[in-house]
Design a protein around this ligand. Sequence first.
Ligand SMILES: [Zn+2]
Length: 269
Amino acid sequence: MDIITRAQWGAGPKRGSDVSSKLPWGEVVIHTEAGPQRSPASLGTEMGWIRAIEAFHVGPERGWDGIAYSFLIAPSGRVFEGRGWGRSGAHTEGRNSTAAGFCFLGHGDKWPATDAQWSSTRGLIGEGIRLGKLQRRPKISGHKDYSQKGKTCPGTLIYPLLQAKLAGIDGPTGPVAPTGPSIGDDDMSQAQYDELHRLILETRGEAAAARGEAAAAGLRAAHCEQLLAEVQAQGKQYYGSLRGWAVAIANKLGVDRADAVANDPTSKP
Ligand SMILES: [Zn+2]
């Protein structure tokens, strides 16, 4: 699955010592950011959120060695590397070296997690098992299970769903799209095919619009280049996961196969 690495989102240098004992971890502890309302946003915007969380965690108020969590999951479904697999976190007293800590961006007492967040988290757990970083069927907990301070984390709208959504995963869960419907395997419904087809067309439309703007407004070329780069980055994510599905969709819907795959917005105009 696609994970936005520390280098990609611009993490600061690692501090402190790496502690990587007790892999594979047998547990995943889920957290909420307890931040403002988050909606699916551009990659650049979301990377800014992650950098801000890091700045808070390493700043004077917390003074930790880095961003507290192992991974962070945005409402768009994008997954951001925090400390990553095998490095002790600063997320859960008593579980920092024996469990992965996943943070759902947003605020779980105020807004529910998105389908994309749940889907990507399942994908991330599957990926951890595939890599040997997590035990199969890892125990799923919420931060409140270990808090002596009356915390509600990961929040009253997320905690009650943890077991139903995340327990019992015993291997890779298949490709996970950054946004849109979850993709399991070959038995996609017609509605899912249609939704994926729509997403691909939408991405193509955004890329075309950005190119048009760039061509029409020479004076604002730098701004347009930025827009184009953003759309291309999003397109790359879609197509990284969905190129194979595009062919399947084209076959299923009778769309010209070449047309469905040739207009990759990541390619040059
Ligand atoms: Zn927490």
